[in-house]
Every structure is written in structure tokens, then in C-alpha cells.
Design a protein around this ligand. Structure first.
Ligand code: GLN
Length: 201
């Protein structure tokens, strides 16, 4: 059965995620309303600005429906701002900023600081074979604390941020600080589509 994966289409690289998902054999559909959410097996939350996506989720009456689906076990992949939205706790948020939650981590927004605001590096992810991934970070968060329910699957491997946690998995939820949709390497999406298929039994 082909997995239908929604891409939250409020802000960010919606097309690039959809293309990567299709390359990996999923059917990708944009999600902007509840009826569209109801029709998907899983959801990708792209990067962008987590504060804006938080506000738009409410404006589109999607905040509670998405949160409820996550609580009911819907697989989800969040990149950058999407990682922030799937984190249970956020540091450096704006007043009143909320997350959807789901992954037992604390993330820090814009964590890498001005000098390394945006950067690229190669790193490896547990569960992804065939060599390192090229990771593109754009005003990215990092994971500052990982609770017992979550598993670290990737860290920065060199430079001033070496050792920082940038990829985490918890059951059917996957998050990365970086943007795999901009590199043409679809192995992160392959891993996520496999997670979706596994969740379908
Ligand atoms: N800095 C952004 C935020 O806090 C995330 C940046 C991104 O998604 N590229 O939401």
C-alpha cells in the first residue's frame, strides 16, 4: 500500500519535501485544512519560523487536530522549525510560543549563534546507511536535553558545534535540525517513509 504523507503547507519548503517523499515512493499531499489532515497517514512539518507556524496552525484551526493525531500515534517528521514544533519543550521561544509536542526533548531556538548562523557539514544518522549526509543548517535549533523516551540519532561531528545533538527519534516521530529537502539526497525521507510503512504494519 502506498503511504500518503501530508506536508504541512503553512510555510516553508513544502514542494521540496513533497518531491523527496515522492522519490521515496510515498504519495505526498499538502495539508492546510483538517479534511486534508484526516486523509493522510503521516505528516512532515517543514522548516520556516516556528513562531509563525505556531500562529498559522491556530489561525487555520489545525493546532488541536494535529496535536491530537500526534497523540494518537501519527508518524511525523519535523525539520528545523518542524523540530521545534514537535519538541515537548523549547528554550529561546517568544512570549506565548507553544509547541505541538510529542518528542521528549528540549530544543533551543537559533542555538548555533551568529557566527555559525547558517552552515553546512557532513554527519551520519543512525538508521541511514551509505555514508555521511550533507546537512544544511539555517538558523537552526539544537537539542539541549533528551528525555528517556527519545533517542539521539545524529550529532554535529566537527567544528565549533561538535557533539551538538541535531537528530532525534521517538517511536514514529523523527526530527532534524537541518534541511535534507534542499540537498537532493532523499535518505532522511527514505527513513521516514520506512517509519510510516512500519507503523502501518
Ligand atoms: N529559527 C527558526 C525558528 O525558530 C527555524 C529556522 C528554520 O526552520 N530554518 O523557528
Amino acid at each position: 500500500m502506498t503511504a500518503t504523507v501530508g506536508v504541512l503547507a503553512l510555510q516553508g519548503d513544502v514542494r521540496e519535501h513533497a518531491r523527496a517523499l515522492e522519490t521515496e515512493g510515498a504519495r505526498a499531499v499538502p495539508v492546510r485544512r483538517v479534511s486534508e489532515l484526516d486523509a493522510v497517514d503521516a505528516l512532515v512539518i517543514p522548516g520556516g519560523e516556528s513562531t509563525t507556524i505556531d500562529k498559522l496552525l491556530r489561525a487555520f484551526d489545525l493546532y488541536e487536530p494535529v496535536r491530537d493525531r500526534l497523540r494518537a500515534g501519527m508518524p511525523a517528521y519535523g525539520s528545523c522549525a518542524g523540530m521545534i514544533l514537535l519538541a515537548d519543550r523549547v528554550l529561546g521561544g517568544i512570549e506565548g510560543q507553544q509547541t505541538l509536542g510529542g518528542i521528549d526533548i528540549t530544543v533551543r531556538r537559533n542555538a548555533f549563534g551568529r557566527q555559525v548562523d547558517s552552515f553546512e557539514t557532513d554527519l551520519s544518522i543512525d538508521g541511514i546507511d551509505d555514508g555521511p549526509l550533507h546537512a544544511v543548517f539555517i538558523r537552526a535549533p539544537w537539542v539541549e536535553e533528551v528525555g528517556p523516551a527519545a533517542t539521539v540519532v545524529g550529532r554535529v561531528e566537527g567544528g565549533p558545534a561538535a557533539g551538538r545533538i541535531v537528530a532525534v527519534r521517538q517511536g514514529p516521530l523523527l526530527v532534524t535540525s537541518f534541511h535534507p529537502e534542499v540537498t537532493g539526497d532523499t535518505r532522511v525521507h527514505r527513513l521516514f517513509v520506512q517509519i510510516v510503512r512500519d507503523s502501518q504494519g
